[in-house]
Design a protein around this ligand. Sequence first.
Ligand code: NAP
Ligand code: ZN
Length: 349
Amino acid sequence: MMCKIETKVLSVASAKAPFEKTTMERRELRPHDVLIEIQYSGICHSDIHSAHGEWGGGMFPMVPGHEIAGVVAAVGAEVTKFAVGDRVGVGCFVDSCGECEYCLSGEEQYCTKGVVSTYNSLDYDGNPTYGGYSQKIVVTEGFVVRIPDGLPMDAASPLLCAGITTFSPLKHWKAGPGKKVAIVGMGGLGHLAIQFAHALGAEVTVLSRSLDKQAEALSFGADQYFATSDKETFKSLAGRFDLILNTVSANLPVDAYLSLLRVDGTLVNVGAPSERDQYHVFSLIMGRRSIAGSLVGGIRETQEMLDFAAEHGIVPQIEVISADQVDEAYERVLKSDVRYRFVIDISTL
Ligand code: NAP
Ligand code: ZN
């Protein structure tokens, strides 16, 4: 019988507090559990919303991190999917009821009992969950995915949230040949959305605040690029898109973006600002348009996304940092001063 497993972590004691290096215990392995030695952990803007208490209900101390890439270090007695040494990933959630219609259809993120998030959540035994800014994590095998050999471990980590969060809605709303897709915001999510939409065969337009990222957007596969700070952009692109994927972490003037949709077009929000959006209902009525939202993606689709990324050479562009640079990295993400995802090298913890 194994004992509880001690791990170093980076945690915040309260909303907006600086990160501290400390230790905590992971649960001892249950029959279907996998112990993962984490190598890299991406910094998602959701970590910042959560660690800053912006979404309400923050549980502290908090260990953020849901873009986890590591290697299996031990397996429970009944684990069949993984063996010691496997390259694996964990994304935004670590358990779900497994019985509701959404779990059964592979969309665990919409579990009716409530999905257990990787951090800032309570598991079904009532224990708080702690995320990937740590050396070790214990996760039941059904919520662990395989990182294909073709993907480097550091660059694979952001795929576990930023990748699946953009891949899933692009697939759901059928981004593909003949479809005009706009990606709004070119950050961690946005720069992957460009690559996925392009690989799926859509015509891809990037809408970013300035022209600063134009050359890189085109290198990621964008066909066109416009600055939203230029009012002409909204005139020249009126009625253009089948699908707009909004990855922006702040509120946008929704009516202006709805005006860029064709009849029957959809504005899908994955960006998750804490304040309410506002729009005029006539912006929908006059073009039979829709506003939608999407939450990450299920485990099966996450594996499909990783395999698709490996096959199409889709890799996040990252800046690897050490564990003592995370506070500074948060500040830089808030200034959009990152190209395009910070990834913590967990060996520095
Ligand atoms: P990020 O790297 O900070 O990128 C956000 C981008 O939004 C920035 O690069 C910037 O793009 C644009 N932006 C930022 N502030 C803006 C402002 N005030 N006005 C207009 N544009 C602005 O963040 P991320 O990690 O990609 O996450 C983006 C959002 O998605 C966050 O709210 C996050 O919580 C959310 N999220 C949701 C899900 C989900 O399941 N739905 C999953 C993961 C993340 P430009 O410089 O190109 O304009
Ligand atoms: Zn995330």
